[in-house]
Design a protein around this ligand. Sequence first.
Ligand code: FEO
Ligand code: CA
Ligand code: CA
Length: 656
Amino acid sequence: MTDHLSKSQAAEQSENAGSNPSSNPTMGEMIAERFNRRDLMKGILAVSAMAATVSPMAIAAAQGVNTTPSFNFKEISSVSNDQHEVAEGYDADILIRWGDKVLPNAPAFDPQAQTPAKQAGQFGYNNDYLGYIPLDGSRRGLLVVNHEYTNEELMFPSLPGRQDLRNVAFKDMTKDIVDIEMMAHGGSVLEVARGANGKWSVVENSRFARRITAETEMEITGPAAGADRMKTSYDPAGRKVRGMLNNCAGATTPWGTWLTCEENVNGYFWGRVADNHPEARNFRRMGIPGNWYNWGQYHDRFDIVKEPNEANRFGWVVEIDPHDPNSTPKKRTAMGRFKHEGAANIINADGRFVVYQGDDERFDYVYKFVTEGSVDRANPANNRDLLDRGTLFVARYNADGTGVWLPLIFGQGPLTAANGFNSQADVVIETRRAGDLLGATKMDRPEDVEANAKTNMVYVMLTSNNRRTPAQVDAANPRADNRFGHIVEMMPTGGDHASTTFRWEVLLRCGDPAVATVGATFHPNTTKDGWFGMPDNCAVDADGRLWIATDGNAPSKTGRADGVWALETAGPARGTSKLFYRCPNGAELCGPELTPDMETFFVAIQHPGEADEDDPNAKPVTFNTPSTRWPDFKDGVPPRPSIVAITKRGGGKIAV
Ligand code: FEO
Ligand code: CA
Ligand code: CA
């Protein structure tokens, strides 16, 4: 979504950063570099600067973590045009596109004659997260892919631009188009293999091939299963639901399953309930109804007047076993209901499983879930329901550089009947409101949260927040009108991901470092192509290096396309960023994922051809007037969201 440009950053910056009490001058320099001087002057961070003498970086250094700059490739130019581009010496090959065959009986793609039945067997729209699950090391595996949403204005030749469509109450929409959209949502399971020539392809007629759609039956598990608020006319028991929606980021688990996360589920519902409706407060906090789609016109379950509880059955993390195409996906309600971005995870030293999660909304929270049981590495089947029992926590970032994980447990603290919570089901259904009552820190749109298994460092992508006022600035969200986002780094106490305490600091403030008022903190060696705005997804490769994928760069905002940047996190080069791959016009970079051997970098190119929303002269994009026809570049064929496999020419690890 667009964050409109507005007033520039205020405030003079002062040289007086106060005296650093650290006995370690190197850390003092790091602190001064990473915390903006204005904040130090304001006193907001004076305490944190002191406490940060034991910063996450210092802890990592003490652990002997490698601090050598680690990315080796020639940076590309940061432009935006109708093509994609990868660093010299690499190939970026299209693996699969919207409409390509997934199921054995799927017909060839014909964008002029699409039907729900055809789409149900073809690759869905707007590929977001992708995960690689090895079947035979890094040569053959399962690719699990989310299909987050649909751009009806680019998919269908009969429709006007998106805004126009909504302004006229979807008058050009038909039930057929809605049903195609429903089949284009969900996910795909693909078997992929790398040939002798080093090129990847989708294995045809694979026994693993699967399409999951907005109609696939799923099971509801965990604390909300069977709760009255989950019951509908279709499902009087409150234990099964059709489909998953707006699946954004995700993760794979060590036991070979796929965690796929429902994000902006509010957009699929319409209708209006009275202010005194029992779910009205819940709906308001989730932005329901969003009225982005008119599915409710043809399917009563998306009309909250007719079927109010249906909205409670979306907004969860779904676990899918991609090895069995007949398995029933499970909505794991113990991990809470909100606008889930991802579910990056790590096995804690004590064997428990920890899932980090962002809630992507301005002023929403960072969460983690810690399982009650431990991961059984020898018998994957024993982990089948591990994610149904455990504790969900929400993060509070203190100004002194410490942080606390606050447990969301029914009956504890304010999570009682006095505040409308009568069970753990209520706590997980209204996770956001529970977080409000616990005093969690309101963040600048938390997107991916990723743990580095080599260092135990945890990275939080905060994509932007153009609504934060100067009075709402805090240590963890240090800029008002935060148009370009930032990255927070967290170190769990003792490297224990189950700990309820942590240290944190701002790793990077994004935006153009050449514009002083932006206050970006890239390392000075970062080139004019190397900086970025709006961090969204991220990946940590097998060598522990951090890759950042962005959403929201455009000529009107940052003079560049979205893409993948390599970000140094340790040593003297910390904060240096380099552009490795860029998207075609209008597209967002999703799902960065490297194979275990680091020879292949899979990326998902989402919504190519969308408009540059902040360009006042931009014309609405449609099927006939997209901002690119990537990747086919054929008349009559619209742009197609696609998966790209990046490999080094002649073989070898990426960027080594
Ligand atoms: Fe679907 Fe938060 O991006
Ligand atoms: Ca995202
Ligand atoms: Ca995003």
